[in-house]
Design a protein around this ligand. Sequence first.
Ligand SMILES: *[C@@H]1O[C@H](CO)[C@@H](O)[C@H](O)[C@H]1NC(C)=O
Ligand SMILES: *[C@@H]1O[C@H](CO)[C@@H](O)[C@H](O)[C@H]1NC(C)=O
Ligand SMILES: *[C@@H]1O[C@H](CO)[C@@H](O)[C@H](O)[C@H]1NC(C)=O
Ligand SMILES: *[C@@H]1O[C@H](CO)[C@@H](O)[C@H](O)[C@H]1NC(C)=O
Ligand SMILES: *[C@@H]1O[C@H](CO)[C@@H](O)[C@H](O)[C@H]1NC(C)=O
Ligand SMILES: *[C@@H]1O[C@H](CO)[C@@H](O)[C@H](O)[C@H]1NC(C)=O
Ligand SMILES: *[C@@H]1O[C@H](CO)[C@@H](O)[C@H](O)[C@H]1NC(C)=O
Ligand SMILES: *[C@@H]1O[C@H](CO)[C@@H](O)[C@H](O)[C@H]1NC(C)=O
Length: 555
Amino acid sequence: MASSSLHLPLSLLCYLAVVSRVVADDPVPFAAKWSDLSFGPDGPWPAVEVTLGIDQTIALYPGREFQTFLLTSDYCDGNDTCPGSKAHLYNKAQAQVDSTGSAAQIQWAPGPDYMVGLKMAGENAESWIDNIDLGGLTVPNASLALLSKSYTAYPDGTWYPLSVGCLGVGAPKTVNQTFTITDGPAINASLIPGWLHAQNEIPSNSFAMHIGSVNPTMPGSLYFGGYDQNRIIGDIITETDDYTKAISLSDISIRVVDGSSPWAFESKSGLLAANNASISSGGIKVSVDGCSPYLTLPKSTCDAIAEHLPVKYNKNLGLYIWQEDDPKYSQIVSSASTLDFTFLAGSNTQHVNISVPFRHLNLTLTEPLVDNDQQYFPCYTGSSGGYTLGRAFLQDAFVGANWDSKTWWLAQAPGPNIPSAEVIALTEDDTEVKASTNDWKESWSGSVGVPPMSFPMGSLAQFSFTRCKQPIRQKKQLLTVSFKWKALTPEDVAGSQTVSSPNATNSATSSPSSPSSSSSSSGLSTGAAAGIGIGVGVAALVAIAALAFFFFPSP
Ligand SMILES: *[C@@H]1O[C@H](CO)[C@@H](O)[C@H](O)[C@H]1NC(C)=O
Ligand SMILES: *[C@@H]1O[C@H](CO)[C@@H](O)[C@H](O)[C@H]1NC(C)=O
Ligand SMILES: *[C@@H]1O[C@H](CO)[C@@H](O)[C@H](O)[C@H]1NC(C)=O
Ligand SMILES: *[C@@H]1O[C@H](CO)[C@@H](O)[C@H](O)[C@H]1NC(C)=O
Ligand SMILES: *[C@@H]1O[C@H](CO)[C@@H](O)[C@H](O)[C@H]1NC(C)=O
Ligand SMILES: *[C@@H]1O[C@H](CO)[C@@H](O)[C@H](O)[C@H]1NC(C)=O
Ligand SMILES: *[C@@H]1O[C@H](CO)[C@@H](O)[C@H](O)[C@H]1NC(C)=O
Ligand SMILES: *[C@@H]1O[C@H](CO)[C@@H](O)[C@H](O)[C@H]1NC(C)=O
């Protein structure tokens, strides 16, 4: 209710902002728009929202190099309950570009394996071009790949349908992909940041993202031509060329950051190479991929981590199911403890840690992967050759690339207590991004005051910000204590001190419902919190709304 009454003044502000931009005309970083919904039978995950061709709004996970991969309306064959329908499917018949002509004649057919770390099966994709509207800026003739008969293949051999495509975020030194066609001249298909930079809309051919998370609610951040400095904390890993190129992971550890330990230790390292003599002290090579869901690692590594968790291995899916009736489950997934990934950076002498709180590793499997929803731990053993850190990891990592300077970065991202965006432009020559001075632990534990002007997540803040491109600053997100982790007390962890191992019979069947420590997830209801947040800002905006009514007849 409140939000609809605020749209009018915001569109006025947007209008003014756009006008002032036309006058100034300096290239500025562009923020992609995030969907209000969440997606995936292995998430839930955040996704960005773009409009293709003639008015086809589609949600996509960001993170593909080169082409944007779309699921077509053929994918579900008119089946409304097909998992791909929620994010919306692409209909070739509603292309804005040349749907019968040259686009259909591009000879290059990319394989279905557009993500690393999860095996794909089925038919090749079809190359295509169409316009992509990012919410204020349109990229004509964007390079696309259409998936109509491709599936994910799990360890037991079952193929499952995809639910969301993947947005192209550019590629090293590339503005256009040039495709030959059967008849006539080659076709140029644009990559998003390359085209935007070539048109002088953004300061460089670059992207930067932190996907955020659905639980706890943390809005995503995706910029072209710049980055939000507040999404980077601590040391930065700097690499060259492709961002999905494999880099060195030297260890994985479990660590208690605050409070009592739910384990018999405060930290446990050496988990990457445990029980596997063929993994040397140098570790393994892993790719980072926003199109891929899991932490795809050697089975020996997943087992070594799982040994300390109340989980059960699901052989068919190659994933680990949390035993929700084990009291250790809710202790661990709400606690101030993390899975730490230690990378060997640049010079191969510098170690950089990226911590993923267990709070982020309590994910949900839904249909079609399972019949009834199950909480799972996203270590995945069905590697198709490449070990991969996907969205489960990217909830806590900043990743970005300057394609002009062929440089990319990986760093720790903050927890849910995030200050307003501090957007910094990347120029063509930049080979560095700068970290904020924010404290990572605070971002997960800090007490959060209600900011002076705040909006409910995902609606107005993003609306105003993305439609208006740069000029209007992102409003501080509304946060409540419920998003924090919980530093466990000695009482919380009293009782069963050891975690039942994966193949032990479950001794905790006597406690049917999960223990009360999970009640920290209540807190202020969104409605109540939104009321507090909007209260202050509303008076001012209502005044503008009243003004706007005089100037613009309502539609
Ligand atoms: C539609 O898709 C769902 C999920 O993939 C499947 O269970 C169902 O059988 C399909 N229905 C038809 C009519 O194909
Ligand atoms: C898009 O591609 C078509 C076909 O190649 C071409 O005719 C058209 O000029 C292109 N549009 C732009 C804006 O580059
Ligand atoms: C990219 O392709 C478009 C047509 O789709 C063309 O207008 C533009 O000049 C090309 N840019 C480069 C750098 O090749
Ligand atoms: C495609 O881009 C190249 C430069 O990369 C340019 O020479 C050519 O004219 C473009 N073709 C079209 C059809 O725009
Ligand atoms: C041990 O590590 C090697 C090298 O990564 C891998 O190929 C193998 O599958 C691992 N063994 C197990 C049991 O995971
Ligand atoms: C685990 O995640 C589910 C789904 O988001 C949530 O309902 C549940 O409260 C979480 N469990 C704990 C103990 O936080
Ligand atoms: C990385 O994490 C491990 C395990 O928590 C710790 O032993 C190590 O000191 C950390 N390294 C750095 C550079 O912070
Ligand atoms: C599983 O059970 C076997 C035999 O009971 C035991 O040797 C092994 O250590 C157990 N595995 C784990 C991870 O506890």
